[in-house]
Design a protein around this ligand. Sequence first.
Ligand code: SF4
Ligand code: SF4
Ligand code: SF4
Length: 509
Amino acid sequence: MDITLLRTFSSTRRIKTGTWSRLQPVFFQGVSPCMDACPASIDVPHLYGLFLDGQEREAALSLLAYNPFPSITGRVCPHFCQEKCNRGELDEPVGIRAVERYLGDMILREGIFPPKETFHGPPVAVVGSGPAGMAAAWYLALDGMDVVLFEGEEVAGGMLAWGIPQFRLDREVVRANLRRLEEVGVTIVTSSPVGPADLGELKKEFKGVIVATGLTKARTLPVEGAHLAFKGLDLLKTYSLKGELPPGSDAVVVGGGNVAIDVARVLARDGRRVTLVCVEPSDEMPAIPEELEAALQEGVVVRTSTGLREIRGDASGKKGVLVGPVRIVGEEGGLKEVEFLDETREEIPCDLVVLAVGQEAQESWEGHGLDPAGDLVLGPSTVVQAMASGRDAALTLKARLKGEGYRGVRETLWQRDHREIITFEDLNPFYFEEIPPQEVRDGESALREARRCFSCGYCNTCGNCWIFCPDVSIILESKPQLDRDHCKGCGICATECPRGVIYMKEKEW
Ligand code: SF4
Ligand code: SF4
Ligand code: SF4
């Protein structure tokens, strides 16, 4: 039945029944849990609304407002957003990262760029071209600054170029994003290491300096024989830049983080037998769970809650690590403090030992009055966390150079009426049926997956409130609006809103 036939537009128009009510609905755009969980604060429901509406370019621009390199995060981000997605309460979380990868690749393919400000800002320098430095340079250049990005290595990209293995992040994707940086006006200078001693000169030439040199010095452990081990970061760098791996068919990798897993996977894929030893129990390992799962599937043996006591080696190259059961009792300077549970000294024979037990900065930048970004301020983090930090440093510097106040990215970017996180209980699940997750391969499947999104807290003009209002008091234009003269405050619209956007509130007389 056509629902509009049930409506009458005659008499109630003249009688202002709205004055009778005590309550009235208010429309609030709230914060979705995915947006809250994403370190870059990507406004997933807003951009999905545009994408589903056929406005692919606008969706891409919305994504770029928060995250300059979605083709990279769409491949390597641990998808913090999906862990919190309300859809997970019904069936499976929305495949946000996969849709992001599709849109990110579309941005590369179609050369989509946000508009660039015409403000001709002063020259600024960014030191370090990893994810934080790249993001800082991108936002500064878009704001009209004259940006020079310094990189000490021969290739730009930092960890993206040599820390994350190629099988996780295609180097061509990194290069394509570096080319985009140049297209927005960033000058990338490689083979130019910049240290604290160079700052005096740099400050004469540049009005602002963002330092995003990361944590690129591999740590070691205070155990006997530590000098016999390779360092995880160094191994990844040599492998990525030169294609070389140290010899040894039986490897022991020490560490439970992402570098350790990457090293273990690189070695396992090269045909080595790999045992990974870490002090954390499996549910506390800092590594990305799906990378750990991939390592297990590739044959890596993982020994958790196990501590390294000693590394032994002889002239023939044979080695062995002595290990024992441990529990973690604290953390000092980024290194876990452990206690051995007994006197066990089990030997794992091997001919290659790799330590991947954390990183630190090559040099201290403290006391130089700079804008630091990325791992220098965050500690070891993920690509998206580093990017968000670089973006925030850039927006802060830009505001300072323009003499503006900076309220923080959430205040600046979140176009939301209220800050409450929309939970599954705030939604009306009656309108959502179970739909299995779609494998995102192309535009069609990306749309199908995006369609699974509930659009939590974000009105996508579905029109439910308009359909159900018995008093024809919802005016449906670009967004629904209330006809206060005739709304009787029955609350049906708030009950029927699928997305938790409408709340009933006492009227202020
Ligand atoms: S960057 Fe990561 S956390 Fe943020 S929306 Fe994308 S996949 Fe999710
Ligand atoms: S259903 Fe959509 S808006 Fe809600 S948390 Fe999931 S992705 Fe975000
Ligand atoms: S359904 Fe209509 S009458 Fe009832 S509260 Fe909503 S707008 Fe007012």
